[in-house]
Write a protein that binds this ligand. Structure first.
Ligand code: BGC
Length: 862
């Protein structure tokens, strides 16, 4: 019978028939990505997959190429929930089907408490309303397409260092009004099929064992019937997590919920059979939703595929171009008009111009089915307008943290890009000696090899991977620098000479989800026209400071990464960029971070751009008045040169279509309408959580309380570099005629409508975002943030001189705060001020109006 027949099963009957052992098996995964199947009862397994900016599929190593969407911060910058929903339905659900996955591990909905957070790029916004509305739209679209959303990481998981252990210590108000709010809004409007618990503790207890969060809030208050799933290796007990309400332990390797331990916990009355069955029932409910949602996945062969149709590319480019934020544009430097502006030569400089930067790192990263670099996209867009424009290029200043990977620099013996991998078993499981003959030989088109569990299962516990490639001949003699890091031991030989030893000694690092070593570097001299053999020997055994044969095998996070680049003197690089800037009619500096700087596993240590990037921007700007800076980062960075350049465009991480989208915006084919989804401070010290962001012996104090993001900058009257919600256009807009309807009360809720007239007062067609902020009555005995975003709307393609009246609805969420003493939401009576404008900057909120709530009321639930 087809697996999808489970859609018709009577869940109560199935649960009734489950033996205790079967119920136990259902409460934990199988392997990395599957749930347990029980053939006897027709229960199929389902597959889950990361998430959130695309679907990677089962494998970290040699994964199936996929569509990489812009980072969540970029998607939120569209302020366009309808587009987000469409992306969920048309893009993500379709990609999930191609990857044979029934549940997408996304969206990520944590909060940019501090832009240093390694995964800030993965979450939508510092503002709970924007984050929640985008998350709801994402889940809604995806689930309409039959694929389950697994919203994550619920909650208070706002940093990476010490992520399994730290305790997010926050007031109940901050928990409710800021950190749980995006999840609450998603639950209200979209009912995600799964919630993934956070790794960390909140107020003393790990979330996966936290009855307050999993029972009191999620189940009782919100009335959610979702399935809860642990983050990977993110449960730390049997009875606590079972009793607190964690339905599914993931993954199914190294698990706690084994038959033995669970049965013993039942015998010792730490848990009951009844609770185990309740947890199993929730897992079955998820399986059934998947069977109903996309039966073709369960009945299919489970093969992963890549889809690359023009329609998919078009929506990717639209999403990416809508996300781009024009921060500054003095003297109409943008859009670029080669003929009118007399641009014959345009210099593109910067470490990110040609680099493959499309997403942050960690579980969100995936192998793109195509990638258009900024250089390619901008050159092609300019070329379409004027084929005679000459483009020059210099890297100017290096921006990478680890040497760039070498898949396009190495060739296999038969001339394919990449190298060949030979897997060897050892004499026995504990031996360090590989056998003479390889067990398996594979073609590998990547030099960052995160093996995880993707190696031949027949290998001995300890095994060796030998990687063999040829370095493409250079056009000139040069010094070439290699970088090698590994989770396990590795060494590099070039033409059989040992160049890097990361084997006998190793420095612990953070790569490969904190299992890797630091990158070791080595330089070789290369002659022009000669191809050199590049061999890496890897063994999946941890390398200690000195070799110890008893060191543990890297059973789930093993990996090796080889990078390299020609040695260039930094002063020469800088000088060449400055020279090109002097000779050009305009300069586009593409600078920023990448997936090594912003990643899962560790936090950033600075908001500065890498290396000598700031100096590069300043120098090219001094050399050429028409310098446009394009910044790429998933979260905020500092821009100490902001006053010295006429134009700045923030491009986040834009996924596969990065270059196409940038080309369209810089040349004016698309009029930018992105708005910052988070504040950009002038300096790290201005960030609200500065000084209490790091884990101090496991404690992270959320001392800024409700004043997260722009709320802090307002409250403390600190001028950020760029305000939350800021973003310019190639046209100008005027807002007028703000009016509010009288609040209406029914069913414990309030509703009113705000309307505002938006007029395009400029000379080109454009799209604008109306932002509505609310200030609570000053009569309250409590402190509230001065302004809180409570509604937004987008006006599309308004022609010059034309107006449109925009209406947005407000409800109890626009006026409520959490009242600790009674554990309820409260709406005070008094006068509320509504302020409307084009950004959160107080001076940009040009319109205001007030409304009154006559009678205080309380509520609970959603
Ligand atoms: C991440 C999750 C991810 C999971 C599976 C964890 O390390 O925190 O977001 O879904 O791995 O890859």
């Amino acid at each position: 019978m087809p697996a999808s027949d489970f859609a018709k099963a009577d869940l109560s009957e199935v649960v009734e028939q489950l033996t205790t052992d079967e119920a136990i098996l259902l409460t934990a995964g199988v392997g990395f990505w599957h749930t347990h199947a029980i053939a006897r009862l027709g229960i199929p397994a389902i597959k889950v997959s990361d998430g959130p900016n695309g679907i990677r599929g089962n494998h970290f190593f040699m994964s199936t190429p996929a569509k990489c969407l812009p980072s969540a911060t970029a998607m939120a910058a569209t302020f366009d929930t309808a587009l987000m929903e469409r992306v969920g339905l048309e893009l993500l659900a379709e990609e999930a089907k191609l990857k044979a996955a029934s549940v997408l591990l996304g969206p990520t909905c944590n909060t940019q408490r501090n832009p240093l957070g390694g995964r800030s790029f993965e979450s939508f916004s510092e503002d709970p309303h924007l984050a929640g509305m985008m998350a709801a739209a994402y889940c809604k679209g995806l689930q309409e397409g039959g694929i389950g959303a697994c919203i994550k990481h619920f909650c208070g998981n706002d940093k990476e260092n010490d992520r399994f252990g730290y305790d997010s210590i926050m007031s109940e108000r901050a928990l409710r009004e800021i950190y749980a709010m995006p999840f609450m809004l998603a639950e209200k409007y979209a009912k995600p099929w799964c919630f993934m618990t956070a790794y960390n503790r909140v107020n003393g207890t790990h979330v996966s064992e936290n009855p307050h969060i999993l029972q009191d809030i999620l189940r009782k208050e919100w009335g959610s019937d979702t399935t809860t799933m642990s983050d990977w290796f993110g449960i730390y007990s049997i009875d606590h997590s079972i009793n607190a309400g964690l339905d599914l332990e993931m993954p199914g390797t190294n698990k706690w919920r084994t038959l033995d331990l669970m049965n013993r916990s039942i015998q010792s009355r730490k848990i009951t059979k009844r609770t185990v069955k309740e947890r199993a029932r929730k897992v079955l409910q998820l399986v059934q939703r998947c069977a109903k949602g996309a039966p073709e996945i369960l009945d299919g062969e489970g093969i992963e595929r890549t889809g690359d149709l023009q329609a998919g590319r078009d929506i990717m480019t639209r999403l990416a171009s809508q996300a781009i934020v024009l921060l500054k544009n003095e003297g109409g430097v943008l859009p670029l008009k080669p003929k009118e502006q007399g641009l014959k030569k345009v210099a593109i400089v910067g470490g990110n111009a040609k680099a493959v930067v499309l997403s942050g790192g960690g579980s969100a990263a995936l192998k793109p089915s195509y990638f258009i670099s900024p250089h390619e996209g901008i050159a092609s867009a300019l070329g379409k307008i004027d084929p005679n424009v000459e483009i020059t290029y210099s890297e100017g200043a290096r921006a990478y943290m680890q040497m760039p990977t070498l898949e396009n620099e190495l060739l296999t013996e038969d001339g394919k890009p990449g190298w060949t991998g030979l897997f060897y078993s050892h004499e026995n499981d504990d031996s360090m000696v590989p056998l003479d003959k390889p067990l398996k030989t594979v073609y590998i088109d990547e030099t960052r090899i995160f093996l995880s569990t993707d190696y031949p299962k027949e290998l001995t516990k300890r095994f060796t991977l030998r990687l063999r490639g040829q370095l493409k001949p250079r056009e000139h003699d040069c010094e070439y620098e290699f970088g090698l890091l590994s989770a396990g031991r590795a060494r590099l030989f070039v033409d059989d000479k040992l160049v890097i030893d990361n084997w006998t000694k190793q420095r612990r690092g953070d790569a490969f989800f904190n299992s890797g070593s630091q990158e070791e570097r080595g330089i070789v001299s290369l002659k022009a026209g000669v191809s050199y053999s590049v061999h890496v020997e890897y063994c999946n055994v941890r390398a200690p400071a000195d070799i110890d044969p008893d060191e543990a095998v890297m059973d789930s996070n093993g990996g090796v990464r080889l990078g390299g680049a020609e040695v260039q003197h930094p002063d020469d690089l800088m000088a060449s960029a400055v020279k090109l800037a002097q000779e050009a009619d305009a300069v586009i500096a593409v600078v920023g971070l990448n997936a090594d700087w912003e990643t899962e596993g560790y936090d950033r240590t600075t908001l500065d751009l890498p290396g000598r990037t700031d100096e590069l921007v300043r120098k090219v700007a001094a050399a050429n008045k028409r310098t446009i800076v394009v910044t790429e980062s998933g979260s905020s960075i500092t821009m100490p040169w902001a006053d010295e350049v006429p134009a700045i465009v923030h491009a986040w991480y834009l996924g596969n279509s990065t270059g196409d989208a940038l080309g369209e915006v810089l040349t004016g084919k698309v009029n930018p309408s992105g708005r910052l989804s988070l504040s950009f401070p002038k300096r790290l010290e201005d960030v609200p959580s500065h000084g209490h962001f790091h884990s101090e012996h496991g404690q992270v104090r959320y001392a800024e309380d409700l004043f997260v993001g722009y709320k802090w900058y307002h409250h403390r009257k600190i001028e950020p570099q760029w305000h939350f919600g800021h973003g310019l256009s190639y046209t100008t807009f005027e807002f007028s005629d703000l009016s509010l309807s009288k609040p209406a009360f029914s069913n414990g809720d309030v509703s009113l409508t705000a309307s505002v007239k938006v007029t395009n007062t400029g000379s080109v067609i454009g799209t604008d975002v109306v932002q509505l902020y609310v200030s609570y009555p000053t009569t309250s005995k409590l402190t509230h943030p001065p302004l809180m975003l409570k509604a937004f709307a987008k006006v599309f393609d308004l022609a010059p001189g034309k107006s449109e009246v925009v209406k947005v609805a407000l409800d109890k969420y626009a006026v409520s705060y959490w009242e600790d003493r009674i554990s309820r939401w409260v709406v005070d009576d008094g006068e509320y001020v509504v302020r409307v404008g084009r950004s959160s900057a107080p001076e940009a909120l040009s319109l205001s109006a007030t409304f009154n709530i006559e009678k205080r009321f309380e509520w609970n639930g959603l």
